[in-house]
Design a protein around this ligand. Sequence first.
Ligand code: ADP
Ligand code: MG
Length: 229
Amino acid sequence: MEKIIEAVNVSYIYQTKYQKTQALSEVNCSFERGRVYAITGKSGSGKSTFLSLLAGLDVPTEGTLYIDGQDMKKLDRDAYRRKRASVIYQAFHLFPLLTVKENVMFPMQLQHISGKAAETRAEEYLAKVGLSDTLSGKRPGMISGGEQQRVAIARAMASGGEILLADEPTGNLDSQNEQVVIELLCKLAHEENYAVIIVTHNEAVAAAADVVYGMSDGVLTVVRGEIQA
Ligand SMILES: Nc1ncnc2c1ncn2[C@@H]1O[C@H](COP(=O)(O)OP(=O)(O)O)[C@@H](O)[C@H]1O
Ligand SMILES: [Mg+2]
């Protein structure tokens, strides 16, 4: 299988006026499409920092992050974020004043897909995440947390990307909704060929992942799985 992302000796340092924090130290790993990855580790170990590099929000201080073999520093990172990599969060981050369907249409509108086509595709994505038509006209505040996270996943799919990044996606969900979201993320990887990368404390999420990485003081190790770049 193709490596879609490869980290080679990736380090990241937060430099403020008075202090330097080494958040990542020479991280080496790779990610393939069709697989679910969990990144576990204590609070402050560097997980979110790594996820933000994978999301193209910043670039490594040292080392190289390759996307399809291309150095992230040389990529158009705005286009990467718009079209290839989407992030979902613990707190869902849906647009509160847009309806469910409008939330899912939003990334397509950024890509100038016409209203009608975007609407049809939004309906397809909502069906894929198991949400019924009756929800599509509601605002996020009127639906449950589990449903909101499924809308966020549908919106991520609508960006057309093949990389789905998630920061504690089940952190706000009860165990039943947690299971639905886990199954959906696995389906995205195994049936739709996404690379799904999940930062999590949740044992059930880690158990469902194909590969588990552990982060400790900015150092990444393989906890379970065969891949190490
Ligand atoms: N914006 C920032 N400025 C300075 N230091 C930061 C910033 N964000 C995170 N850090 C530090 O970097 C380290 C890793 O943080 P983070 O990636 O958020 O860890 P995790 O997501 O595993 O909790 C921690 O020591 C944290 O205090
Ligand atoms: Mg974090």
